[in-house]
Design a protein around this ligand. Structure first.
Ligand code: ATP
Ligand code: MG
Length: 431
């Protein structure tokens, strides 16, 4: 026999046992985004490579070593999107959504980065993201963070830390850059190779280094707040004041710079200690320069993205109950008359009870074999229709939940079946 194909390394299947939790997360997110007036934008998976080089920055991990880039049949260089913001700005400019307007947008979907796969880090992973355009004041930073806080809360995720920093204006960063280079040069020998290389090309990136030795050196590095001008300080204060007003606790982390070059001013990350090294579940910030950099008029912007797999892992780690896609009801039948009646009844039940997940037995077999399938389906209830029930126009309803006391068989008349099932399922379903 030929060898079986396997999925590409770092590209995962989501199986039905897990898909319900994904669907629930997506549903909750769509509701949270809508509750703040954000509209969904659906973006393509493939873009011209230049878009990401120009936006994310040439000297970043993503562009230097993580992109899936290839030439298509016409010789154009294309890249599977590693993130959503660049595409969102590209689409906003292409369709005239950004000029002199305020836009509240969100997106969801797979992203692609050629990283070393491990728990919480994959080559195809999924993000939910939000982008807000046209608002220069701290209102937008605060709104973006408030949406993220609500989303995490509604997903049952607690114990997360909000880390906050500001990268100030271009002038602030230029001043800071000089101070940082001066500091790093004094410690150059102790830095990891990547950081030594970036010391001059992109010194802020060094703050993002994952090398413990470099991080140790950085403890003594100058903090960007010390280079703030009045405007940067006022904006940062307004964000912190607003968070306090909303009761959202945060920790200022002066080394937080984010792995993409387009950020200006506010940056933030929600982190957890529950997922080992992959502790950042949601991250974002202000990127006031990017729209202009991609050919638009100067447009203030704020956004964030979260890693769906990491949110799901965190739900598991915290024991948050999530939706199951299991059937509610498994419908057994014995004999041809019962099969025909069961088909009709099953359709009537699906009409009467929207959201009902009912599996109609197929293929015949003895009752014991059918009930075994019913058990394996995860259904809470089995319906049993035999010849005598067809005659009496009833159905036997049987609980399949282990732990439920074996009750006397209950026979329900066909016209009452839908309301009886609704009552029984309400008792047995958490939500
Ligand atoms: P990290 O430092 O973990 O590499 P990042 O700074 O590269 O993260 P962003 O580009 O800010 O990540 O993406 C936002 C979120 O997307 C991250 O906080 C994380 O939850 C998720 N994410 C990023 N890369 C991956 C990946 N390879 N696999 C799974 N999730 C990811
Ligand atoms: Mg990364």
């Amino acid at each position: 026999m030929a060898n079986l194909f396997q999925s590409v390394r770092g590209f995962n299947d989501v199986l039905p046992a897990d898909a319900a939790a994904w669907q629930q997360l997506q549903r909750v997110a769509a509701e949270v985004f809508a509750s703040y007036g954000y509209g969904e934008i659906r973006l393509p998976l493939l873009e011209h490579t230049g878009l990401f080089k120009r936006s994310i920055g040439e000297v970043t991990d993503i562009v230097e070593k993580e992109m899936f880039t290839f030439e298509d049949r016409e010789g154009d260089s294309l890249t599977l999107r590693p993130e959503g913001t660049a595409s969102c700005v590209r689409a906003g400019l292409e369709h005239g959504l950004l000029h002199n307007q305020q836009q509240r947008l969100w997106y969801a979907g797979p992203m692609f980065r050629h990283e070393r796969p491990q728990a919480g880090r994959y080559r195809q992973f999924h993000q939910l993201g939000l982008e807000c355009y046209g608002i220069a004041t701290a209102d937008a930073d605060l709104e973006a963070i408030a949406v993220s806080a609500r989303l995490l809360r509604e997903l049952g995720l607690s114990g997360l830390t909000l880390e906050l920093n500001s990268l100030g204006s271009a002038e602030v960063r230029a001043r800071y850059r000089a101070a940082l280079i001066e500091f790093l040069q004094r410690h150059e020998d102790g830095l990891d190779a990547d950081s030594q290389r970036r010391l001059h090309s992109n010194p802020l990136r060094v703050l993002d280094s994952k090398s413990p030795q470099t991080q140790e050196i950085l403890r003594g590095a100058p903090a960007i707040v010390d280079c703030f001008d009045d405007a940067a300080r006022a904006h940062f204060d307004a964000v912190q004041q607003g968070l306090a007003d909303l009761g959202i606790a945060c920790t200022v982390n002066s080394r937080l710079v984010r792995g993409l070059d387009y950020y200006t001013s506010t940056v933030f990350e929600w982190t957890t200690t529950q997922l080992g090294a992959q502790g950042t579940v949601l991250a974002g910030g202000r990127y006031d320069g990017l729209v202009e950099q991609l050919g638009g008029t100067p447009t203030p912007a704020v956004g964030w993205a979260c890693g769906v797999e990491r949110l799901l892992l965190l739900q598991k780690a915290l024991g948050v109950p999530t939706a199951s896609g299991d059937a509610h009801v498994y419908f057994c039948w014995l004999g041809e008359a019962a099969q025909r009646a069961a088909r009709r009844l099953a359709e009537q039940l699906r009409d009467a009870l929207p959201g009902l997940r009912l599996v109609l037995h197929a293929g015949g077999g003895k009752l014991a074999a059918q009930l075994k399938r019913a058990d394996r389906s995860g259904a809470a209830l089995a319906l049993i229709l035999g010849e005598s029930e067809v005659e009496a126009q009833t159905v036997q309803v049987k609980s399949l939940r282990a732990g439920d006391a074996p009750a006397a068989p209950e026979f329900v008349a066909w016209p009452e079946l839908a309301s009886r099932l609704a009552g029984l399922l309400k008792q047995s379903e958490p939500r």
